[in-house]
Structures are given as structure tokens and as C-alpha cells.
Design a binder for this molecule. Sequence first.
Ligand SMILES: Cc1cc2nc3c(=O)[nH]c(=O)nc-3n(C[C@H](O)[C@H](O)[C@H](O)COP(=O)(O)OP(=O)(O)OC[C@H]3O[C@@H](n4cnc5c(N)ncnc54)[C@H](O)[C@@H]3O)c2cc1C
Length: 463
Amino acid sequence: MEPLITALTALLGPKHVIVDPHDLAGLARDGRGAFGRPLCAVRPATAALVACVLQLCRDFGAVAVPRGAGTGLSGGGCADDSGSQIVILTDGLGGAIAINAANRTATIGAGVRLSALNAAARDHGLFLPIDLGADPSIGGMIATNTGGARLLLHGDMRRHVRAIEVVLGDSDIVQLGSPLWKDNSALDLKQMFIGAGGATGIVTGATISLTPLPRHQVTAMLALADARSAVDLLLSAERQFGTLLTAFEGLSMSAVEAALDHVPGLTPPFPHAQPGYIAMLELSGNAVCDTATLENALAEWCAPFMQAEGPVLDAVVDSGGRHWAIRHAIPEGIRHRGSVIACDIAVRRGDIMTCRAHLSTEAAARWPDLAVHDFGHVGDGGLHFNLVWPHRLGSIPPGLAEAVRTCVFDIVVRHYGGSFSAEHGVGPRNIDHYRRLTPAATQRLSARIVEQFSAANATFKQG
Ligand SMILES: Cc1cc2nc3c(=O)[nH]c(=O)nc-3n(C[C@H](O)[C@H](O)[C@H](O)COP(=O)(O)OP(=O)(O)OC[C@H]3O[C@@H](n4cnc5c(N)ncnc54)[C@H](O)[C@@H]3O)c2cc1C
């Protein structure tokens, strides 16, 4: 593969072709850990250069792996372990962030980070309302159709993408969609690239719709005696608050304790109560709903549930971001507890607590050494069902993680009609489960579509 590296260097210059093993090792990790070994990584600065890189990949029979911020959780932004794949870094695809305030859109390069987009949009009183505990690139968010904690009101990335620029496997550069709010003049082909994990093309730019920033945001954490009351509380909150309700999360006590134990600066929400589970909800509003009004509305709604024998033991309201700090610290806290076996699942909202109890019972019976540290987006039926192999027991036994994930996914898909990948995509970490659990006809149709976009010689990684 030396001639390919020489050709890439001639195209992009040595500064933009990474071959140093130490630097490459850093690019073989994502948000969940190490995966694979790239031949090299390249940093093209324009869509035209991405097209030329793909031309060289075709000439030399190499597979290209697009990579944004590397915060993905299913291994999709990492090369496989063949040592022959080329990682295409998109952080060179930045440039100016063009905000059209009247149209409420931003036109940006795919390498721009979510934080940079929101910093620019804030000056116009706007933001992209997808909230997560990482800072991904816009291209990565499109490729994984990022969900996040406010999906309940604002939906996933699919809802916010108006147009994309994409480089196909045959090096064609196409613009799909438009900045218009409505446009039914052609097939909506951009959807073939949203949530496709980079298997259909490399997104190089996008026009994203923005939302007015709420002026006031208030959260409440509710200490529940029993997790099973969370769904009734969700329904009650939806009836009471309508579109003011922007998030409804569920946190197991083990997950919250892990965050409090290991992440500095967090305050225990219930120092004097011993809840079985915590529900966290957020209300957001504008000038007619100031912070005090939102706080009072939450307290008033909650009061009947806190009477004797009611499902809520205690409640605390916050408008200073303290509850979100705990919520976002959970993944880091859990990692400190041991080796995490992560299952990113979704079921119908009404089934989420039954499914959670079913999985916990099954796990305790089969693997008593594993501790459940789950948290989830109760508002959209998403559950991060994490099992932790504690550090005190040494290395995780070979094969255990896959045995656990297989058992969990079988229950979720076959028993509850749920999803084995709610928001992190398929990627190499889930590809075997995709092959097992996705109907064969759906797989055949998907393969035919991917083939159309990725060119006959399969320039892009599959899965
Ligand atoms: C702490 C933490 C919390 C998270 N919370 C959430 C959450 O709540 N909801 C959620 O949905 N996700 C969550 N994630 C996952 C992750 O942040 C998202 O999947 C994110 O959108 C990935 O973006 P990235 O730029 O990091 O992509 P990468 O990790 O670099 O890549 C992800 C996938 O997209 C492809 N890709 C990247 N850029 C492009 C491009 N320009 N064109 C084509 N394909 C491309 C890659 O090949 C890969 O398959 C979380 C991750 C962490 C670490």
C-alpha cells in the first residue's frame, strides 16, 4: 500500500496524511474504546479533495472510512483491523458558519462541531436543539442520526437536516435537498445518507434548520419509590405541559451514584431520601413563561403525586444546570466502576419499565457478578441498559460482553418488538446483531441501495 500513501501525499501534502503509529492509535478509538488499525488517515479540506481521495481509493482497491469527531459508540468511525483501510478525517471540512437568521438555517462544513455551530447560532438567538454529553461533528451527527435527551420535543437529526452536500463512491459530488421549509419537487434522496453511518457517501457540508433558543429552562428531579410509576408521570406531564416539556429522562440510582462518586463538582440531588429511581424532566419556555412561572408550574403539578402513598417521595427543582450536569456525568461515572457492556436499546414507551425489570431479572439470574447501571430517555422509549463488570474482579472474561448483548438484544427485539440500536447506529460493534435480527428482505433491499451509492468496488466500509 506504499504507492497509495505516496499518491495521497502528493495530492494533499505530507501534513495532511497521517502515518505516525502513535497518531493512528488515537484515531483507532471512538467514544467506547479501541477498534481496528488504519493504514493511514487523511485530512482533505474540500469536497473536491474528498472526491480525489476516493478516486485514489478506487484505483488502489482501498476502503475509505469517514470519521468526524470520533465520539460514535459503535465503532463506525474506526478502520477495521486489516491495516489496509484509509480513515478520511472531516475536521478539515470546516470553513465559515453561514447563519441565515430569517430562514433559521445554518450552512456549514461537515467537520464543524456542534458546540461551534451553537456558539455561532446563539448570537442570533438560535440553536440546534440536540442535546448530548459529547461534542460531535455535524457530519457525524447526520451519519448517525443523533438523537439525544431532547428528542421528545425536538426529534432527531433527521428532522433538522434541510440539505446536504455529499461525495459518492464514484467521486460525484451531489447537493441534495434545499434550504426551503417545504419542497416536494423531487425524491428526498438526502435521507439515504442520514443515519447510514457513512456507508452510502461522505457528507461534506449541510444546511441545518435552527430553533429559537428558549429564554428559560427549569428541570425537576423526582425521587420515585418505584421506577414503574415513571411512565404514568410522563403521560401526566405531557398532558399538563404540552410542548413546554422538552425532556423526560429516567436514571437508576446505581448510575447516579456512579456519577456522584467519580465526577467532581456534582451535588447529590436527594441527600435525605432513598429513592428507587429518579425521573428528571425539563420545561423550556420564552418570555411569557419565566423561570419562576415554570418552577411554580412544576411544583404545583408534582404536589398531588407527593401525598402519602404517592409515587413521588421527594422533588427538587433547579434552573442552574445542576441536574443536567449529573445526567451528563453518568457515562463517565459508570466507566470508573468497571468494564461497561453497553446496550443502546429502544422499546415502545409503555413497555420501557417492564422491559427494564425483565432485563435486570434475567441479568441477575445469569450473571450475578454484573451490576446494572441503566439510564434512559423515558420520553422516547430509549434505554441505555449498561451492565458493569467491576474492576475488583479483574479483566472481563472473554466472550462475556457478546453473550450478554446477545441475550439482551434477543429479549428486546423478539419479546418487545424493540430495537437493538436506538441511536448509535449499526457499525462494526452491532453488525452481527444486524445480520441476526434484521429481516432478510430488509437487509437485501438495504444492500442494493448501498451498492447504488458506494460504487461497484465498495469504496466505503460496509456496516
Ligand atoms: C458521552 C457520550 C454521549 C453520547 N450521547 C448520545 C446521545 O444521547 N444520542 C446519540 O444519538 N448519540 C450519542 N452519542 C454518540 C455520538 O456522539 C454520536 O453518534 C455522534 O453523532 C457521532 O458524531 P462524530 O462526529 O463523533 O462521528 P464519528 O464517531 O466520527 O463517526 C460516527 C459514524 O459516522 C460516520 N461519519 C462521520 N462523519 C461522517 C461524514 N462526514 N460523512 C459520512 N459519514 C460520517 C463514521 O464513519 C461512523 O460510522 C454519545 C457519545 C458519547 C461519547
